[in-house]
Design a protein around this ligand. Structure first.
Ligand code: PLP
Length: 450
C-alpha cells in the first residue's frame, strides 16, 4: 500500500539545531544600534534578551546542542509527520508528487512552539519571571503561553487589535495556558498611547504590537521580550522542521525539486529550507520559494535596506526586505503574514538568489486552502494556505510540462481558530486588496537614512 505518512520515532528528534549562518553564500549584515549606527553588541540586547539567545543570534557554529529540558517538551508532539498529498495530486490531475510537513499537530496548532519552548527555557534559566510578546494571528501568543506554562513564567501578550476581534478563541486558548492577552494598540504603553492619540481606530499591526511588548520588557526588570519570528535564533530553533524533513524524504526515497513555505517574518520558511541551503549550493536546480500575500508584499515589492523591526523605532536596525516600519497592511485574514519586515536570513537568501519569492491574492489563496481541506482533510491556517496556493501553482505547471517534480511545502498550522475567515470567504465577503502602492511609498520615505 502506498504510504500516506512518513513517521519518525521520538528518538529521531534532532538533538542539534542547524545554524545556516555557517553556510550562507552571503551572510546577513550586522544589526545596528539606532542611535550610534554602529553594530550592536551583546550589551545592547541584554536589556530584553537572555545571554544564551544573544549568543545564538550571532553564533557562527554550524551545529548547536538542543538542551535536554527543551527536547523533553518538544517530544510532546515531535517529530511531526510528513504526508504525501495523494488526494490533492489526484484532484489536480498532476504528475507532480506533493509532500507536506505537518506542523499543525503541535498543541497550539502551528510551528511556533518549536521556538517558544526554547525561548521560555533560556529565559527561565536566566532568572526571568515574566515574558512579554506580540502576536498577529494569535498562533505565536498561544505558543508562548503554552511554553511559559511549562517553565513557570508569567506571559503578557499584545495581540494586534484586528486579530483580537477576529479570533476570540485564540484569546481563550492563551488564557487557558495561564497568560494575559490585551488588544494592541493599548493604553498600557507609551507606544500604544501615542498611536491611539493619532489613530484612535487603528486596527493595529505587528510593528505596533512589537513596540508595546519591547517597551513592556525594557521597563520591567523581571521581564524579557520574546519574538516569534524574524531573528536568527528563531530561524535556528525552527530548523528541526527541515532536519526531520530530510530524514523523512530519505524514507520516501525522494529528493525535493521545489521547497515552499509562507513568509510572515520568515521563521517557518527559514526552518524548512535552511538545512537545504548546502544542497542548493551543490544543485542550483533545487528551487526554494517564499510565499507572501500580495497585500503585504515585503519580499516581492519591498526595499532591501536597514530598517526598524517595529513602528516606534525601539529595535535595532536590521538589513532586510521591508515595506517601511510604519506601514500598516490591510486587515487580511492571514494575520501572521501582516509584517512590514522579514528575517535578515531569509532576506539575504532571497537577495542573493538562493531563494525566490512570489505573492498570492487572498481569494485564490482561500480557494487553495479549501481545495486542500476537501482533499487532504486538514483545514489549513490562512497563512499556510499561501504555501498551498504556491504548491498548487507549481503542480499545475507540471500538468503542462509533464514533469514529475517533487514538491514539498510546510503545513505551518491548522485553521481551527480561523473559521470566521472561512465563513466570510464562503459568504463572498472577502476581497483581494491590490498592492497598496501609495501607503508603501509613504512608509518607504520614512526609512532610516544611514
Ligand atoms: C500558521 C502560521 N504560519 C505562518 C506564520 C508566519 O510566520 P513565520 O513567517 O514566522 O513562519 C504564522 C504567523 O503567525 C502562522 O500563524
Amino acid at each position: 500500500m502506498a504510504l500516506h505518512r512518513y513517521l519518525l520515532g521520538e528518538d529521531a528528534l534532532p538533538k542539534k539545531w542547524y545554524n545556516v549562518l555557517a553556510d550562507m553564500p552571503t551572510k546577513p549584515a550586522p544589526y545596528l544600534n539606532p542611535a550610534t549606527k554602529k553594530p550592536v553588541g551583546p550589551e545592547d540586547l541584554s536589556a530584553i534578551f537572555p545571554m544564551d539567545l544573544i549568543a545564538q543570534e550571532v553564533s557562527a557554529d554550524r551545529w548547536i546542542d538542543i538542551p535536554e529540558e527543551v527536547l523533553e517538551v518538544l517530544g510532546l508532539w515531535r517529530p511531526t509527520p510528513l504526508h504525501r498529498a495523494w488526494r490533492l495530486e489526484q484532484a489536480l490531475g498532476t504528475p507532480a508528487r506533493i509532500y507536506y510537513k505537518n506542523e499543525s499537530v503541535s498543541p497550539p496548532g502551528s510551528h511556533k512552539p518549536n521556538t517558544s519552548v526554547a525561548q521560555a527555557f533560556y529565559n527561565k534559566k536566566a532568572g526571568m519571571k515574566r515574558l512579554s510578546t506580540e502576536t498577529g494571528a494569535g498562533q505565536w501568543g498561544s505558543a508562548l503561553a503554552f511554553a511559559c506554562n511549562y517553565y513557570g513564567l508569567e506571559c503578557k501578550v499584545y495581540m494586534v487589535k484586528v486579530s483580537y476581534e477576529q479570533k476570540p478563541y485564540r484569546r481563550s486558548m492563551i488564557h487557558s495556558w495561564g497568560a494575559n492577552v490585551i488588544p494592541s494598540p493599548s493604553n498600557e504603553t507609551n507606544a500604544g498611547r501615542e498611536i491611539l492619540a493619532r489613530h484612535p481606530d487603528s486596527p493595529g499591526s505587528l510593528g505596533i504590537a512589537i513596540s508595546e511588548a519591547v517597551e513592556d520588557a525594557a521597563t520591567h526588570g523581571d521581564t524579557n521580550y520574546s519574538l516569534g519570528s524574524v531573528l536568527n535564533h528563531v530561524v535556528l530553533h525552527q530548523t528541526v522542521v527541515g532536519l526531520e524533513l530530510k530524514k523523512q524524504m530519505e524514507m520516501a526515497g525522494e529528493k525535493p525539486d521545489i521547497l515552499i513555505g509562507c513568509t510572515g517574518g520568515g521563521s517557518n520558511f527559514g526552518g524548512l529550507v535552511a538545512p537545504y541551503v548546502p544542497d542548493k549550493l551543490e544543485n542550483p536546480d533545487l528551487r526554494i520559494i517564499a510565499v507572501e500575500p500580495s497585500s503585504c508584499p515585503t519580499l516581492t515589492k519591498g526595499a532591501f535596506a536597514y530598517d526598524f523591526g517595529d513602528t516606534a523605532q525601539m529595535t535595532p536596525l536590521m538589513q532586510m526586505f521591508t515595506l517601511g516600519h510604519d506601514f500598516v497592511p490591510p486587515g487580511i485574514h492571514a494575520g501572521g503574514l501582516r509584517y512590514h519586515g522579514m528575517s535578515p536570513i531569509v532576506s539575504a537568501l532571497v537577495n542573493d538568489g538562493t531563494a525566490e519569492a512570489v505573492a498570492g491574492d487572498q481569494l485564490e489563496v482561500f480557494e487553495s486552502g479549501v481545495l486542500f481541506a476537501r482533499t487532504e482533510g486538514i483545514i489549513p491556517a490562512p497563512e499556510t494556505s499561501h504555501a498551498i496556493w504556491a504548491a498548487v501553482q507549481e503542480a499545475k505547471k507540471c500538468n503542462e510540462t509533464g514533469q514529475e517534480k517533487v514538491i514539498c511545502f510546510n503545513l505551518s498550522g491548522h485553521g481551527h481558530f480561523d473559521m470566521g475567515a472561512y465563513d466570510a470567504y464562503f459568504a463572498g465577503q472577502l476581497q483581494d486588496y491590490p498592492y497598496p502602492e501609495d501607503a508603501i511609498k509613504e512608509s518607504m520615505a520614512a526609512l532610516p537614512k544611514l
